[in-house]
Ligand binder design. Structure first.
Ligand SMILES: C[S@@+](CC[C@H](N)C(=O)[O-])C[C@H]1O[C@@H](n2cnc3c(N)ncnc32)[C@H](O)[C@@H]1O
Ligand SMILES: [Zn+2]
Length: 371
């Protein structure tokens, strides 16, 4: 028996299934599910219509059951999976969990969302690895206004360890950087944006975050050719100096050498260079987490809220220290030094050693050398 928040599951879980027919359940994803529940509630609260949700890759159905028990305002919930054992298990657990009844179907989510075009107001995609194989179908299954929650666990590809796989799967030229998780999450957003743009729908990230082994996007989509056109300049390039920590995001590549050290810049892209979330949505979701007692989620979202206003990608303080040949400073001292000089500087949720600041690199260097 597994208890997670409001849900009890009669299940012998396989955290790393060795066979296709084992039913997957992973305690490491509780934070992901907590934030998903709270984010779906934030979306529901902004709508004045009846909403349908699909947990397209449901496995144990823990998400579907939690959405049923822990949100208010959903009209229907569908759960699909290709694994017959997952379906059988969900059907048993549907009896056990007293929330709204879930419509469980043994089917391929790609076929289902493609056939049920425009049916879903909220789509949760939580696959093994990359969500890319499910994006076109999600774009078809989505209503003309909808909400998406998307997980990716293929971090090695998104972070630059397998550059050819990244080019093949995401259409992005990748390089390894010291701010790899931001590069990775931006590249994931770009793939989602493009899948919806092809169907004249504009994707807007509302709340994106990285945890050790996964990225999770929450965003809205809306049918609007003009909206897509207006957002096209958010697809661009990240230019990163391999020698001195300089990085910039540009819609077009004009610069090719580093303005600080004249080294040739690495070009990453095309990728997403727009915002990673919207403060108001994250605050509302943080409040939903606080109300529900999701303390880790509240702490994470508090950090995200401080990061959102700073657009420059995060810096790894150990990388800065190594580059400028100084001992790594205590982060709190460093943040205070930035503030004293009038800059905005905060910890980044991407890395324990990460900071985000609007200070230019030459001032970052001076500050870290003095710290
Ligand atoms: C990572 S698990 C889902 C975990 C679950 N969402 C949770 O929060 O615990 C991925 C699931 O997707 C299912 N799956 C894989 N390909 C599928 C497809 N094309 N259609 C539907 N389900 C699929 C697998 O059987 C597996 O149960
Ligand atoms: Zn440089």
């Amino acid at each position: 028996m597994i208890d997670e928040r409001s849900v009890s599951l009669d299940l012998d879980p396989a955290e790393e299934p060795t066979a296709d027919d084992e039913v997957f359940y992973n305690t490491d994803m509780i934070l992901n599910r907590d934030i998903s529940v709270a984010a779906v509630q934030s979306y529901i609260d902004g709508q004045e219509r009846e909403l349908s949700l699909i947990d397209a890759l449901a496995a144990s159905g823990v998400r579907a059951f939690r959405y049923a028990n822990e949100t208010t305002g959903l009209q229907s919930i569908k759960a699909t999976d290709t694994n017959p054992n997952a379906i059988e298990n969900m059907e048993q657990n549907n009896e056990l969990n007293a929330g709204m009844d879930i419509d469980i179907e043994h089917t391929d989510a790609v076929i289902h969302m493609t056939t049920e075009a425009g049916q879903y107001d909220i789509i949760d995609i939580d696959p093994f690895g990359s969500p890319v194989p499910f994006l076109d179908a999600a774009a078809r299954g989505a209503n003309h206004e909808a909400f998406l929650g998307i997980t990716a666990t293929d971090l090695a590809t998104l972070c630059g360890s397998y550059t050819k796989t990244c080019r093949r799967r995401y259409g992005t030229w990748m390089h390894k950087t010291s701010f790899q998780h931001e590069v990775g999450i931006r590249t994931l957003i770009k793939a989602v944006f493009e899948a919806f743009a092809r169907r004249d729908m504009v994707f807007r990230p509302q709340l994106s975050f990285a945890q050790k082994h996964y990225y999770r996007l929450n965003g809205t989509v809306r049918e609007s050719k003009k909206g897509v056109n207006r957002s096209l300049d958010k697809i661009g390039y990240i230019l990163a100096c391999p020698d001195c920590c300089y990085r910039t995001m540009e819609p077009n590549v004009e610069e090719t050498t580093c303005p600080y050290c004249e080294t040739d810049l690495n070009r990453i892209g095309p990728t997403w260079i727009g915002h990673l979330g919207r403060t108001e949505f994250i605050e509302q979701t943080r409040d939903n987490c606080t109300e529900r007692g999701f303390d880790d989620a509240t702490a994470l979202l508090d950090r995200l809220i401080t990061e959102i206003p700073i657009s420059t990608p995060y810096y790894d303080t150990h990388d800065l220290a190594a580059t400028y040949n100084v001992p790594a400073p205590a982060i709190e001292d460093l943040l205070r030094a930035f503030e004293e000089r009038g800059y905005n500087a905060v910890r980044s949720h991407f890395e324990d050693t990460g900071i985000r600041t609007n200070a230019p690199l030459d001032h970052i260097r001076t500050i870290i050398e003095e710290c």
